[in-house]
Design a protein around this ligand. Structure first.
Ligand code: 4GW
Ligand code: MN
Length: 310
C-alpha cells in the first residue's frame, strides 16, 4: 500500500470510543419484533434482526441526538466505479443516511480530480483519500479490508462513534437510520436470506482461512455492507485481511474474496445486530411480500462498462 494522502486535516484529539458508551439504549425501548411476525426477528444468539416496521424511530433518534453521535461511512470508488457510481451513492447518502445526525463520508479514490462536486447537507463532512489502483479487481475489493483498518486506526476512531463500510454500486432509496447502529452489524444477503445454509456460497476449501463446512454457518452475509464501532471494525478488518494474506501465501483466493472472509469472521464473532434485506435489496430479485420499504438497493451491474482491469 502507498501511504495515505489525506486531503483534510486529521484530528487526533480524543478517542470517541473510549469517551462514550456506544449502545446504551435498551432494546426493549425501541425494538418491536412483533410488528413483523412473518419474518425471523431474532438470531439464535439473541441478536435483533431489524426489519422495516420493527423500530421506534423517534425514541432512537432522540436518544442518539442527545448523545451527539457521529457516524462514519467508508466507500471506495476506484477506476470506472468512480465515474459510474460515486455521484449517485453520495447524493442519495446525503439525503437518506442517518438523517438528523452528524455524518463523515470517508471516500477512497484513485483520482481525486475526478470526484464530483456535490453540495452536502449541513451535518455532513466529506474526507477524500487518494489510494493506488490495484492491478487486479479482486485486490481492489480485498484491499479494502487493509485500507479501512489503517484508516480506522489513523483517524476514524478519533472522529466517529459508529462506522459503516459499503460498496459504492448501490443507492439509498429511503431513510437508513440509527436503528441500524450497533457494536457490530451484519447485512443479510438479499439472494440468500430465505435459503438453507447448505446452499450458502461460503468458501468450502478447508485449506482457506475463510473455510466454513457444510454443517456450520448461521446466515450468508453481504460484503457490501457492514458496520459497528470503530474498534469492532478495526478487529473485523484486521482479521479478514490476515485471512486474505494467509490465503495469498498459499496461492489461494476465497471464492467471494473479502465477502468469504467476512462470513468467516461473523461466524466466529457473532454480530450484535443483523439488517434485513430491505437494507440492501437487489430489485432483480423481483417483489417479495417480506420486503416492505427498501432503504438501499443495488445498482444494475454493467460489468462490460466497469470491469476492464481483470
Ligand atoms: C471487475 O473488473 C471488478 S472492478 C470488480 C470490482 C471492481 C471494483 C470495485 C473497481 O474497479 N473499483 C472499485 O472501487 N471497487 C470497489 O469494490 C467498489 O466500492 C465496489 O462497490 C466494491 C466491490 O466490488 P463490486 O461492487 O463490483 O462487488 P460485487 O459484485 O460483490 O457487488
Ligand atoms: Mn457491489
Amino acid at each position: 500500500m502507498e501511504p495515505w494522502i489525506a486531503i483534510p486535516n486529521r484530528s487526533h484529539s480524543q478517542d470517541k470510543y473510549s469517551r462514550k458508551q456506544s449502545t446504551g439504549i435498551p432494546l426493549s425501548s425501541w425494538f418491536q419484533p412483533s410488528a413483523r411476525p412473518e419474518v425471523p426477528t431474532w438470531t439464535r444468539w439473541s441478536a435483533p434482526i431489524v426489519w422495516d416496521g420493527t423500530f421506534k424511530t423517534s425514541v432512537l433518534n432522540s436518544y442518539y441526538k442527545q448523545q451527539e453521535i457521529t457516524i462514519g461511512l467508508t466507500v471506495f470508488a476506484i477506476g470506472r466505479y468512480l465515474d459510474k457510481y460515486l455521484m449517485d451513492f453520495l447524493v442519495s447518502a446525503d439525503v437518506f443516511f442517518m438523517v438528523g445526525h452528524r455524518v463523515i463520508f470517508y471516500i477512497m479514490v484513485d483520482d481525486v480530480a475526478k470526484v464530483p462536486e456535490i453540495t452536502l447537507g449541513p451535518q455532513r463532512t466529506l474526507k477524500l483519500f487518494q489510494i493506488k489502483q490495484e492491478s487486479r479487481w479482486q485486490d481492489v475489493s480485498m484491499m479494502r479490508m487493509k485500507t479501512i483498518g489503517d484508516l480506522v486506526e489513523e483517524c476514524i476512531r478519533y472522529e466517529v462513534d459508529f462506522v459503516f463500510c459499503m460498496d459504492v454500486d448501490q443507492v439509498f432509496q429511503r431513510d437508513y437510520g440509527v436503528e441500524a447502529l450497533d457494536e457490530s452489524v451484519a447485512q443479510l444477503h438479499a439472494w440468500f436470506y430465505n435459503m438453507q445454509k447448505m446452499s450458502f456460497t461460503y468458501e468450502r476449501n478447508p485449506a482457506s482461512a475463510a473455510y466454513i463446512s457444510y454443517e456450520e454457518g448461521d446466515y450468508y452475509y453481504h460484503g457490501a455492507v457492514f458496520g459497528g464501532t470503530p474498534l469492532q471494525i478495526l478487529n473485523l478488518t484486521r482479521q479478514c485481511y490476515q485471512g486474505i494474506l494467509r490465503d495469498k501465501e498459499q496461492d489461494m483466493e476465497a471464492i467471494w474474496h473479502d465477502e468469504s472472509h467476512l462470513n468467516k469472521y461473523f461466524l466466529l464473532n457473532k454480530p450484535a445486530k443483523l439488517l434485513s434485506p430491505e437494507y440492501c435489496w437487489d430489485y432483480k430479485i423481483g417483489s417479495s411480500s417480506q420486503i416492505h420499504n427498501i432503504k438501499l438497493s443495488w445498482m444494475p451491474k454493467e460489468y462490460k462498462k466497469v470491469r476492464d482491469n481483470s
